[in-house]
Design a protein around this ligand. Structure first.
Ligand code: PBG
Length: 338
C-alpha cells in the first residue's frame, strides 16, 4: 500500500464561501448580453399563447408595445422580431411589403424602444411562404423533388433587406442559410444608403429537431425538411467554415444555432472569430426546460441560469433566449446561485 499523502494542492479552497465563489467566477451573465426573440401576428386583439412554448405568445400590434417596454425596463440588449402573416404565397410577398406584419412591427419597436434596445429582424422567407421553405422554389424537377433556388432567393432577400432597413431595423438576422446571403444583403444595403445597418449572420445554423415549437409559434406550413440548406448536425468543421465565409462576406456578428447541442461548434467559432459571436437558445431548448420544470423534475430557475451560463462559457458574447427578460430581471435583483 502506498503511503497516504495529504494533498498540497486543494482546488476546493476557492469554493469555500459564496464570496470566494463569486470572486473567482470565470463567466458572468449580464442583462445586456441577452436578446429576446418576439413574435408578432397580423390581426387585432389579445396575444395568442403558443401551446408548445408556455409563457411565450404571439403578440398583436396592440399588445406588442407594452411587452417592448417591459423588455427595455429589464435592461436586456435587444429584441429579435419575427412576423406571423395572415396570408402566405410562393414568393413570400409579405416579407418585402412595407405594410407586411414584420415591417410594421419593426416600425412600432423602433418608435417604442429604439433608443434603449437594438431592434433586430429575422431575414428569412419561411414565415411568409406557403410552402414554408426559407427560399423560393425552383421549377419542379422530373423526380418531383423540392429544390430551393439559391440565387433567386438572394434577390428576394435583397428586397427584404431594404424593406427591413427602411422600417428601421438596426440589425438584420440572416437565418435562411443560402450561400452568399451576407454579401448579397451587404451590397444592397450599402448601395441604398444603409451602410449603418448591421448584418447578423446565422452562420452555423443546423437542421435541428429543436426548432419544433418555433414552427408552431410562426404557424409554419413546412412540408419536408430543410436539410438541403441547413447544416448537418454531424458536422463540426463545416460550422466553422460557414462562419469564416460569412466574416469574409462582411458579417458584423456571426451566430451558432441551436446552442446547447452545438457548444463545440460555438467554442470553435469563438476561438477563431474577429467579430462578436452569438448563440441562439432555440424554442425546443426553452420548451424542454419548461416541460421538465412543470413536472417538478428540475429546478426551473437554476436550470435557466445554468443553461445560459453554459452557452456564455462556451464562447457566446450574447445569447438569444426566450428567457431573456425573466433572467435579466433576476440578475438585476441579484441572483444568488453561488
Ligand atoms: C427561420 C428561423 C427559424 C428559427 C429562427 N429563425 C426556424 C427554422 O429554421 O426552422 C428557429 C428559432 C427557434 O426554434 O426558436 N426563420
Amino acid at each position: 500500500m502506498p503511503e497516504f499523502e495529504v494533498p498540497i494542492i486543494r482546488p476546493r479552497r476557492l469554493r469555500g464561501t459564496p464570496a470566494l465563489r463569486r470572486l473567482v467566477s470565470e463567466t458572468r451573465v449580464n442583462a445586456a448580453d441577452l436578446i429576446l426573440p418576439m413574435f408578432v401576428r397580423e390581426g387585432s386583439g389579445d396575444p395568442v399563447p403558443i401551446s408548445s412554448m408556455p409563457g411565450v405568445v404571439q403578440h398583436t400590434l396592440e399588445s406588442f408595445p407594452a411587452a417592448l417596454e417591459d423588455a427595455a425596463a429589464s435592461g436586456i440588449g435587444g429584441v429579435m422580431l419575427f412576423g406571423v402573416p395572415e396570408h402566405k404565397d410562393a414568393r413570400g410577398s409579405g416579407a418585402v411589403d412595407p405594410n407586411g406584419i414584420l415591417n410594421l412591427a419593426t416600425e412600432v419597436a423602433v418608435k417604442t424602444v429604439g433608443d434603449a434596445l437594438v431592434v433586430q429582424t429575422d431575414l428569412c422567407l419561411d414565415e411568409f411562404t406557403d410552402h414554408g421553405h426559407c427560399g423560393v422554389l425552383a421549377p419542379s424537377t422530373r423526380s418531383g423533388a423540392v429544390v430551393i433556388d439559391n440565387d433567386a432567393t438572394l434577390e428576394v432577400y435583397r428586397e427584404m433587406a431594404l424593406a427591413q432597413a427602411n422600417a428601421g431595423s438596426a440589425m438584420l438576422g440572416l437565418s435562411g442559410m443560402m450561400d452568399g446571403q451576407v454579401s448579397a444583403v451587404r451590397d444592397v444595403l450599402d448601395t441604398n444608403g444603409f451602410s449603418d445597418t448591421a448584418v447578423l449572420a446565422y452562420s452555423a445554423k443546423y437542421a435541428s429537431a429543436f426548432y419544433g415549437p418555433f414552427r408552431d409559434a410562426v404557424q409554419s406550413s413546412l412540408q419536408g425538411n430543410r436539410r438541403s440548406y441547413q447544416l448537418d448536425p454531424a458536422n463540426r468543421r463545416e460550422g466553422l467554415r460557414e462562419a469564416e465565409l460569412d466574416i469574409e462576406e462582411g458579417a458584423d456578428v456571426v451566430m451558432v444555432k441551436p446552442a446547447m447541442s452545438y457548444l463545440d461548434v460555438l467554442a470553435d467559432v469563438a476561438a477563431a472569430s474577429p467579430v462578436p459571436v452569438w448563440a441562439y437558445q432555440v424554442s425546443g431548448e426553452y420548451s424542454m426546460i419548461e416541460a421538465a420544470a412543470a413536472n417538478g423534475w428540475i429546478d426551473r430557475d437554476r436550470a435557466i441560469y445554468e443553461s445560459v451560463l453554459g452557452i456564455r462559457r462556451a464562447g457566446a458574447d450574447a445569447v438569444l433566449t426566450y428567457f431573456a427578460v425573466e433572467l435579466a430581471n433576476r440578475i438585476s435583483r441579484g441572483i444568488d446561485e453561488r
